[in-house]
Design a protein around this ligand. Structure first.
Ligand SMILES: Nc1ncnc2c1ncn2[C@@H]1O[C@H](COP(=O)(O)OP(=O)(O)OP(=O)(O)O)[C@@H](O)[C@H]1O
Ligand SMILES: [Mg+2]
Length: 244
């Protein structure tokens, strides 16, 4: 099963009177449970592409499908539903609510999903513990380190039990050791829940944790390498497709 499929995705931004094409036919298929690292020079469209995969932005043209649901260009209302159902997003700047504690930030994400009261509190506590922050649950974001804030952001993204977790430079504001810890956490989630991960990064240590590396270049997605684990996934997927 593919968890994410992007086919011939284009994105044109309008700047004043000019159309600026950023994505020019980007295609990428990601198997369920894969960890894909996305790289590319600054301005190449990594954030744009992740935002489209994450249903934060509609493509100008092309087709995107997430967990079997197809996103059509020009139907923004559809995005929120698909996003809430399937996607977790982690941003470089953490984007936590400053007035809410670590626990409340996670709880709020559960409320959005329709979980409330005691159930939300208990699930939030479990998620905060899962990312190793049980002893910081009542802290406000300003009293947390960068790595701890990013852990809260991951706990919040996991609140929706997403099939796909997208992270835009999740380690860019962290030192290399903390960044590696964040990736270790993502890998642990990947192993235990089968969550698909796509993250953009410039950090070589982080890139090394991926099953597969892709690069955005001139508006297209280029494969950089297939590792053994990835090949195995593809063989397994192909056999399953043949049986179906
Ligand atoms: N809302 C917007 N309106 C106009 N242009 C935009 C918009 N968002 C992005 N762009 C342009 O699209 C291009 C790609 O931007 P994007 O943020 O996707 O790049 P990136 O690969 O994430 O770069 P970085 O590594 O610096 O984060 C840039 O030239 C940017 O100026
Ligand atoms: Mg970016």
């Amino acid at each position: 099963m593919f968890s994410v499929i992007a086919e011939d995705v284009t994105k044109v931004f309008r700047e004043g009177r000019e159309d600026v094409p950023v994505l020019k036919g980007a295609s990428l298929s990601i198997a369920s449970g894969e960890i894909v690292s996305l790289e590319g020079p600054s301005g190449s469209g990594k954030t744009t592409f992740l935002s489209i995969l994450g249903c934060l932005l509609t493509p100008t043209s092309g087709r995107v499908s997430i967990a079997g649901e197809t996103i059509e260009a020009k139907r923004p209302a559809q995005l929120q539903t698909i996003r809430r159902r399937h996607i977790g997003f982690v941003f470089q700047q953490f984007n936590l609510f400053p007035a809410l504690s670590a626990l409340e930030n996670v709880e709020y994400a559960l409320n959005l999903k329709g979980v409330s009261g005691k159930a939300a509190r208990e699930q939030a506590e479990a998620l905060v513990e899962r990312v190793g922050l049980a002893d910081r649950a009542r802290f406000l974001p300003r009293d947390l380190s960068g790595g701890q804030k990013q852990r809260v952001a991951i706990a919040r993204a996991l609140a929706a039990d997403p099939s796909v977790l997208l992270a835009d430079e999740p380690t860019a504001n962290l030192d290399s050791r903390t960044g590696a810890g964040i990736l270790e956490l993502m890998k642990e989630v990947n192993r235990s829940s089968g969550t698909t991960f796509v993250f953009s990064t410039h950090d070589k240590k982080v890139i090394a944790k991926a099953d597969r590396l892709v690069r955005i270049e001139d508006g297209h997605v280029r494969r950089l390498g297939v590792r053994a684990a990835d090949r195995w996934v593809m063989v397994k997927e192909r056999r399953r497709a043949e049986r179906a």
